[in-house]
Design a protein around this ligand. Sequence first.
Ligand SMILES: [Zn+2]
Ligand SMILES: [Zn+2]
Length: 386
Amino acid sequence: MAQPLMTQPPTATPTATPTATPTATRAAVLREHGAGLSLEELPLPAECEPGAALVRVDCATLCATDVHLWNGAMAFPGMLPIVLGHEMMGTVIAAGPGTRDALGRDVKPGDRIGWSESVCGHCHGCTVLRNPVACAERGYGFLLRADRWPYATGGLCEHVYVTPGAHKVVLPDDVPDTWAAAAGCAVKTVLHAFDRAGGVRPGSSVVVQGAGALGLVATAVAAASGARRVITVGAPDARLELARRFGADTLIGLDGDPADRAARVRDATGGRGADLVLDLAGAPGVGAEAVDMAAFGGRFVVVGSTGPRPEPLPLGTIMGKELTVLGSLNGDVGDYHRAVEFLRAFRDRFPWDDLFSAPVGLAGATDALAAMSRLEQVKAVVRPQM
Ligand SMILES: [Zn+2]
Ligand SMILES: [Zn+2]
């Protein structure tokens, strides 16, 4: 391994017998953008620190960010090698002394848990801003290299080490593995965005730009929140049909030009435009289009534009319509908990299982990423134990 060993965990007494605890894990490692993931062994700690857990990954779901990291559309200097997968859940194999979840419940071997990225708890972001997403030492999936302690943290591992700083949530029995995994990024990101927007006023109109996993979940949240008119903009047609089942009243494809799409939004909203527009697409031009679609006094939340490319916005229109433009980045363990509860609360109203493809093992993860990049799957499912 190219990188020197970083800090090692302090010695602690695990609650499970050491013989039951694996000391290495199989993992699908990204070593070169666009290439096949490499199946390798990564070390696991011999013992769990206080507050940490060793978890058997039962399910990981892939996010568009995983696809962008894999194909190199999103890349940072020195980020490789990494293990992709930041939506995952699993069963606790061993837990360090005093390990609790974010709601104060003991985390014990046999518990099913999900978790959020790790935070340090003592930086400006953690203490002054009180925003875990702003943590200077945020241990988020793709920010952690596979050749440095704690090695195995990404979802595409048979086992992972869930560090003390990662906020854990013991999962209710009635939440399927796939839902709990997807709550880890897609669903919590959407709920956080609606939170940033101040929620949905009942009877208002909402435009969701994008019909991928985020767009479909946002469509459901808007419908469940009492919007009178939910308009989903995206492609391909099969995704829009899915959006209808997730609560969209009006579907707008991408075959026309931006002026046509904005005109259709006005048609669907009595000529006023939408009270809330959410960018969950990140495609070029979405910003200007959102501003055009928004009603006077409307809000526009930018959630999907992850790339480095500058996106022009018509400032005169923002001023003239007195729009509120907000950014929204991911979410924290509070959003994760709410995401799980949202899926439970609306388990019968929306076809959550239709988001997920048939599961594959670690060896199938590269093909799953490629299929998602071709928009053939909304959300790929990897079961590392397969
Ligand atoms: Zn911090
Ligand atoms: Zn994600």
